[in-house]
Design a protein around this ligand. Structure first.
Ligand SMILES: [Zn+2]
Length: 326
């Protein structure tokens, strides 16, 4: 069996919508959204839903039973749940690989440190032996976003801007297989201690540069609001490029962005570890969609950062204290 039964998929899709979880179709056999069939960068507005501007999968996710029935009667699409609009924060535990501990082992360490455990909740098994733990977001108006490896090896989280493949979807290919329900507990509230782990480390998210005094003196970069705004914008635009990368350009775009952030890190205006984390987070939707693996993303980022660090970005002259050398 390579695809799940269409009526089974339709019934599950309707059940998710009934639970208040907006869903959207995946191309059969894959983890990729079926619609739109293009990215923001390649949008020519010809798509009916893009007349007034590009509409991505998150905005297309729906609770509308009429639309859901029409779609799944048409084709045996896979099912994706848009985590942000669903008010869900899904903890994604990967199986052990490449000598790295499993997400479950990493979680056990976090629980030990916190002296608390994540409560039983709605849990989905993934084809390679991973687990998706579904929790309710603590603040639906300001949902937590995605993270990739931020909490430790083997743990990602999916929130606003992220989605999960839901049962009874079956993917094909070497990493493919069925998604299945492991535990049908009502989704529990994400415990405060766990959301704090995410918020304390995501507070620095999305391009708030950290200044390193020693390096800054070395490169004579002014620690001014203007310099920080310049760097913040430069970082944000690189991260946006990663998110919007078109098919076939995703790895190259990630590599180029890693070089750019490496060049900024070389000035001391951007923290290198933070840059690496931001790049991983920005790439996480592509990893989830199977464009490249987490391991590939990490190695692309590492080689881009290395190259960028060797070649510090020349900042506009009015942002440097002394005009620097030469
Ligand atoms: Zn579009």
């Amino acid at each position: 069996m390579t695809t799940a039964d269409r009526s089974q998929l339709l019934n599950s899709a309707l059940a998710y919508a009934e639970a208040g979880w907006p869903i959207f179709p995946l191309r059969p056999g894959t983890k990729r959204p079926a619609f739109p069939n293009h990215t923001e960068a390649t949008c020519d507005r010809s798509d009916r839903r893009c007349h007034d501007g590009h509409t991505g999968w998150e905005a297309r996710a729906t609770l509308d039973t009429g639309r859901i029935e029409a779609a799944w009667r048409h084709r045996p699409y896979g099912i994706a749940i848009a985590c942000g609009p669903a008010g869900l924060l899904v903890v994604d535990l990967d199986p052990a690989k490449n000598g790295q501990p499993s997400g479950a082992d990493t979680l056990a360490v976090l629980e030990e440190q916190a002296g608390q455990q994540l409560p039983a909740t709605w849990t989905v098994g993934t084809p390679r032996g991973g687990r998706h733990l579904y929790y309710r977001q603590p603040n639906i108006r300001r949902p937590l976003g995605n993270t990739a490896g931020r909490l430790g090896p083997g743990i990602d989280t999916r929130g606003a801007g992220g989605y999960v493949v839901a049962p009874p979807t079956i993917t094909t290919g070497p990493d493919g297989g069925p998604y299945w329900l492991v535990d049908d507990h009502e989704p529990a509230d994400l415990p405060h201690w766990f959301s704090q782990l995410l918020t304390t480390s995501t507070r620095a998210d999305r391009s708030r540069p950290i200044l390193h005094n020693d390096q800054r003196q070395l490169h004579q970069i002014a620690d001014t609001d203007r310099a920080r705004r310049y760097v913040t914008r430069a970082v944000a635009s690189e991260l946006d490029r990663i998110v919007a990368a078109a098919d076939g350009q995703r790895n190259h775009t990630l590599f180029c962005a890693a070089i750019a952030l490496g060049q900024l890190a070389a000035t001391g205006l951007v923290d290198q570890d933070q840059a690496e984390q931001q790049l991983l987070d920005a790439a996480s939707a592509h990893v989830a969609a199977g464009a490249y693996s987490h391991h590939q993303a990490r190695s692309t980022i590492a080689s881009g950062l290395r190259r960028g660090l060797a070649e510090p970005r020349r900042l506009p002259a009015d942002l440097t204290t002394t005009g620097a050398a030469s």
